[in-house]
Design a protein around this ligand. Structure first.
Ligand code: F6R
Length: 242
């Protein structure tokens, strides 16, 4: 695992965006695996800024998002579909038909998971997967449990994740209880993985991810076995690393 330590969130965002830019410049039809959540917002802002300056072209880029809440429509401002449009897609020249996000409105979990597995497979592999890190070590919505799930599946969110995500909803009862997520096997199959982590609140879990044992109880710890992982962490998040 390669660790890039940055002085703050802005610096983390710029460095992560530089890595994504290099990927898109070197391979304009890259398949990018994308994440939502607070952490990558600054990274997406930089990419938008550089696109607007004329430095980046996303017209051939294809994307596949990690996850989506089950039960939220695309118009719901808490859906990850909405998030991706607001925070990235509508500001760049990406072809929306080349973007993929699990369909939160599909009630038949098996049907949606099969469809999404097929989408990922048909793209021929993810070139660069961007990840945030959950407070409990989750990546995508692969929550701590006793096994690593390989493929897309429907998860019951843990109370810790529901509590962490409640900040985006009016009431905690509005936070969906289920989500579709790419599996750990699919994340591990990405050619490169880029993890962005910031803030004191993530310091303990980042230490476990990098220095602790590999265990499905800290899902991101599996990244220790990936051959090409870059973690871009700000000073606060990296503060407990030895
Ligand atoms: C989002 C996702 C999640 C988040 C994680 C961290 O698509 O897959 O794993 O990356 O919950 O979220 P933030 O960045 O809000 O702390």
């Amino acid at each position: 695992m390669k660790l890039i330590q940055t002085k703050d969130y802005d610096d983390m965002s710029r460095k992560a965006a530089n890595i994504i830019s290099a990927q898109v410049i070197l391979k304009p039809d890259s398949v990018l695996g994308l994440a939502t959540g607070s952490t990558p917002i600054g990274t997406y802002k930089k990419l938008i800024e550089w696109y607007q300056k004329g430095d980046l072209d996303f017209s051939d880029v294809r994307t596949v998002n990690l996850d989506e809440y089950k039960g939220l429509t695309k118009e719901n401002d808490q859906s990850y579909y909405y998030f991706m449009n607001e925070n990235l897609f509508k500001h760049i020249n990406i072809d929306l038909t080349k973007t993929n996000i699990p369909d939160g409105t599909e009630e038949d979990a098996k049907k949606e998971c099969d469809r999404y597995n097929h989408v990922i497979e048909s793209m021929g592999g993810i070139d660069l997967q961007l990840l945030g890190l959950g407070n409990n070590g989750h990546i995508g919505f692969n929550e701590p449990c006793d096994t690593f799930d390989k493929l897309t599946h429907c998860v019951t969110l843990t109370q810790s994740t529901i509590d962490a995500n409640a900040r985006f909803f009016e009431k905690i009862e509005d936070v969906p209880r289920y989500a579709y997520t790419m599996g750990i096997g699919q994340i591990m199959s990405a050619k490169k993985v880029l993890v962005v982590v910031n803030g004191k609140g993530k310091a303990e879990i980042l230490k476990k991810v990098i220095e602790g044992p590999v265990t499905p109880f800290v899902p991101a710890s599996i990244l220790q076995f990936h051959p090409d992982v870059t973690i871009v962490a700000d000073e606060e998040a990296a503060s407990l690393l030895t």
